[in-house]
Structures are given as structure tokens and as C-alpha cells.
Design a protein around this ligand. Structure first.
Ligand code: OAD
Length: 250
């Protein structure tokens, strides 16, 4: 087992699939039911805001009826137990990682349960609808949009993600097809930085060849098994190897 201290985990729609949330690119997935250009671009929002807002209102309502599955729960367990750096970078806009209890979560594609005011730039927790043009709780303007990154927009907090990758020992990708950049490129970025890479997915992703190791199966089985493996076989080895500080040193 490598000297494992810092872990970056990338999750995609596959981690929430067994909670009953549709993935994007599987047969019958969201992008078969809706055209990306109609509902997930800034141009679509200008052209037909009602269609876009209705789409996101429905999805915002739907995710609140779903519950975390064993994959989310296992990652939350790892987050609590792991004393090294750990970052769950999720492409998912649901809140199932948080509802399972994970804290070190970064939503690079935004969050369904936020509304973003394009007038004052404040993000507010939002659980209801936006189609009725409610006022922004911060400034009162009727300029709220879903706080979701659309195609053609820059994902959030890229600097933090790359900083975490630079200091990582292990990069794990879970339940993502590897079709959307920049997330799809993290495996190559990680490799270039000398980080060990592991893929857990139902089927090989588009970037599968870049991973050091691939395990195939449902996330609800693979993720708990991997988390147990990490926690059992790697009880913070760097702590054992850390030299005892000299007397008087904090
Ligand atoms: P995709 O729908 O592209 O891919 C989901 C992946 O999860 C596929 O590789 C499936 O094989 C796998 N999968 C499905 N069920 C699984 C299960 N039970 N266990 C493990 N894996 C499973 O979704 P993402 O890769 O997340 O972006 O898509 C990336 C981005 O594309 C999304 O964040 C979204 C979308 O357009 C934006 O909206 C900006």
C-alpha cells in the first residue's frame, strides 16, 4: 500500500444513480429526454427562460424526494475518519453527499438548492420554484437563476481543485463517464503530477485508459468496499512515520 495521506475524490451522476436520480448519458438519461441546447446553456435561458426554469424547478423538487445510498454514506464515513486532506469534488448538483454527512464537498457544477442573483451576485438557499420570478432575498431584484453551471460557463473553484490535486497521493473517480471537461481531464492532470489514480464505475469511462486501476460495478457496492479497504489497510501510515517533534516543539 502506498504512503497514503491526501485523497481527491471526483464524483459524477453514477454515484447518485442508485438513489433514483437520472444520469445524463445512459439510455433514457437526462440528455436523451432533453436537448442540452434547450435547457443547459446561457443562450437557452435568454431564449426561453420559462422552459429552463421549469426544467430546473422539476429537478430541484425531485432531488428533495431522494435519499443518499451506501456510496454516499461510505464517502461520508471516510470523510469523518480520514485525518489527512480529503476533498470530494462533485459534478453533481444534488445534495446527497452532504445529506449523508460528508463535509469536505466542493460542487464544481453548482447546486440545485441554491439560487444565484445575477443582480447582486448573492447565492441563497432555495428549495422551491424560480419560475414565478421571486425576489432575491438579499437585494429584492427579480434576477434569480439556478446556481448550476451551464455549458459554456466556467466550473466553480478550479483553483482549489488543482491545489488539492497537486498535494494528493490518490485520485479516485466515481460514477462519471469522463465526457465533460475540465472534470474529465483531472485524471491526466493527476497522472502528470505523479498521483495514483483509481476509477470506480459501472462501465469503463471515456478516459479509462488513463487510470492506474479500474474497478467495475455499482457504486453502492464498490465504494463501501473501497472505503473499508482504505480505512482497514491504511490506518494513517504517515502518522506512524512522522518523526517525534523535539521537546518544546508544538
Ligand atoms: P454521465 O451520465 O455522463 O455518466 C454517468 C456515469 O455513471 C456513466 O459512466 C455510467 O456508466 C456510470 N454509472 C451509472 N450508474 C452507476 C452506478 N450505479 N454505479 C456506478 N456508476 C454508474 O454523468 P456525469 O459523468 O456525471 O454537467 O456527467 C458529467 C456532467 O455532464 C454533469 O455534471 C452535467 C452533465 O452535462 C452539467 O450539467 C454542467
Amino acid at each position: 500500500m502506498m504512503d497514503l495521506r491526501n485523497i481527491v475524490i471526483l464524483t459524477g451522476a453514477g454515484v447518485s444513480a442508485e438513489s433514483g436520480i437520472d444520469t445524463f448519458r445512459s439510455a433514457g438519461g437526462l440528455w436523451e429526454q432533453h436537448r442540452v441546447e434547450d435547457v443547459a446553456t446561457p443562450e437557452a435561458f435568454v431564449r426561453d427562460p420559462e422552459l429552463v426554469l421549469r426544467f430546473y424547478d422539476m429537478r430541484r423538487a425531485a432531488i428533495q424526494t431522494k435519499v443518499p445510498n451506501p456510496a454516499h454514506e461510505a464517502l461520508a464515513r471516510l470523510d469523518h475518519a480520514w485525518e489527512g486532506d480529503l476533498l470530494i469534488v462533485t459534478q453533481n448538483v444534488d445534495d446527497l453527499h452532504e445529506r449523508a454527512g460528508a463535509q469536505r464537498v466542493l460542487h464544481m457544477h453548482g447546486e440545485h438548492l441554491n439560487a444565484w442573483c445575477t443582480a447582486c451576485d448573492v447565492r441563497s438557499r432555495w428549495t422551491t420554484t424560480l419560475i414565478d420570478c421571486p425576489p432575491c432575498p438579499a437585494c429584492g431584484a427579480t434576477a434569480l437563476r439556478p446556481d448550476v453551471v451551464w455549458f459554456g460557463e466556467m466550473p466553480y473553484r478550479m483553483d482549489e481543485i488543482f491545489a488539492a490535486l497537486r498535494s494528493a497521493d490518490l485520485f479516485v473517480s466515481i460514477g462519471t463517464s469522463g465526457a465533460v471537461y475540465p472534470a474529465a481531464g483531472f485524471v491526466r492532470n493527476a497522472r502528470d503530477m505523479g498521483v495514483h489514480t483509481l476509477e470506480l464505475n459501472l462501465e469503463r469511462s471515456q478516459g479509462s485508459a488513463w487510470f492506474d486501476e479500474t474497478r467495475l460495478g455499482p457504486a453502492s457496492e464498490l465504494v463501501p468496499a473501497w472505503v473499508e479497504e482504505v480505512l482497514e489497510s491504511c490506518p494513517l501510515p504517515w502518522k506512524r512515520h512522522r518523526p517525534t517533534p523535539p521537546p518544546g516543539h508544538p
